[in-house]
Design a protein around this ligand. Sequence first.
Ligand code: ARG
Length: 627
Amino acid sequence: MKLAPVVLLLLCFCLSSCEGKYGKRQKNQVTKKYELPSAPATPQEDLVDAKCLLKKYTHRSCSKVFCQPWEKCVDGTCICKLPYQCPKDGTSVCSTNGKSFPTYCHLKSFECLHPEAKFLNNGTCTAEGEFSVSFSDKSSDSRGIVTVKLVGQDKKMFICKNNWGMVEANVACFDLGFQQGALDTQGRFYYSEDLQINSTECLQVRCHGFETSLAECAFSKQSAPGYRGLAGVLCYAPDADLPARESFRCVNGKHVPLARACNGVNDCGDQSDELCCKGCQRGSLLCKSGVCIPNQHQCNGEVDCITGEDEVGCEGSHVGRSASSTLSRASQDGLLRKGAGHPEVQEETEILAADMDTERKRIKSLLPRISCGVKRPVHTRRKRIVGGRPAQAGDFPWQVAIKDGDKINCGGIYIGGCWVLTAAHCVRPSRAHHYQVWTSLLDWIKLNSNIIVERVERVIIHEGYNGTTYQNDIALIEIKKRSSQKECVFSNSIPACVPWSPYLFQPKDSCIISGWGREKDNQKVYSLRWGEVNLISNCSQFYQNRYYEKEMECAGTADGSIDACKGDSGGPLVCVDASNVTYVWGIVSWGENCGKPEFPGVYTKVANYFDWISYHVGRPLISQHNI
Ligand code: ARG
């Protein structure tokens, strides 16, 4: 960090209240305005899911959050893509080490692999291109009022406090080399006046949270509201004062006040304070996957919850966070800013520098998409497995039947390309040529005309399948391509999506099973039937020692009236997400008897096998959302 040589005047003043819990507490300067709301002991404790914390999830955990467009998910972690895996479309950008990249994605993927090369500007690398962040306080490297020098501007500028929150503070600290980000945005910050600073105006900055440099955030100019309105930050250094009150330990080792966990704001910098939540504080929304997101991310045109509900039912309520949006961030850092009153409303003028958040979204929209889990619009389902109702044409376009010689013992699920998922106990690789896969079948007795019969190329059984315990009861069937054809054409079928995260659906969610299996009384069934079942937690209470939490899933109804049974094996347990996309959540595997409430059906938990499936069928076939 470069420091100006001449210090003319040393001004000391206090940003916000001086009451910052880690700052040196100064008597007489505690103003009422910034006190934390008086609340019961620690309601935040109830919001945090302690068991989940053991898994040490961060912004790189793709079972909890989406990876960035310059990352991909492997084994549950977002890893750096290679630059050539980025979409080609875009304009060139420049990095701090003077290297030019064809697009922002190329630079970010390069940065991901070599963290020293950060984004500098969206133009060509020229000598005058310089962006720098520094602190106004010459006596400390880790705290101060933030000053930045934008590319093409000759003077350093202050940052306005308006909109300045932990997200921005973390980025400022990352920029200055503090890997754990910021400790606080409040406290006593010193200002050594410097003639080089333009103090009649300040910059309003808005970051998203993925940035590693303030240069990637959106800036706009405002007239400076005086020193009290300038942004300061205390970066987290390993020797920083430890909080006196209860704190939350981030995965990156930083401590943040417990009161800031599950508030939608990424205080930790690695998001670990928002990923294991049973509830969220005011100003934030709980995704079904146990993640808190800021209210502003709801209906902003970008899906944040992996379960999709933040962008559902948004008609007419698109907020859109453009760089010039003057939306107050107050609710996002509710606790920090509580009582701040109405931030002086400032006229924003020019938008300066690049808005890389918009660019990130644009890149996201260029990533390849797959189509799965969405049925063609069909006539409404006529209401009527054990206790199930008959299916109508088009209701289960991913359902297939597996015929072995002239017996049909099992079902299967079409997942795209030439691939069908089934249970390992249904098939044997050596019998591949005996199998037939029937699609669009409704009734074995009254055959419908659009049935397509496919032959099998090969069968892949999970290498960990155990026929005694039914662990890893999962197999893939590769369909034979028709001679003269390069691809498999499942013309009447639609693939079910393969879930990549065990958090997409939760116990008590209602899902659907389907198959040609027997009725409770072992009565034979010829037509495809389906039924609604709920996902059940804690299944070891029903099957001590036989139930393996990570690999298996239980589902049933309270009275046991709906269940899979003999012959349904290998078939689907599908769940539908908030945006109406169908996932194959389970594969019918085993159960004690059929339709007994004390013995729910047990399914292979498909989400646990995403990497195994993608290894065999190829990642692009089943990966959505840049997974
Ligand atoms: N293993 C059985 C089959 O081969 C499936 C049993 C499912 N049983 C149950 N009660 N859900 O078809």
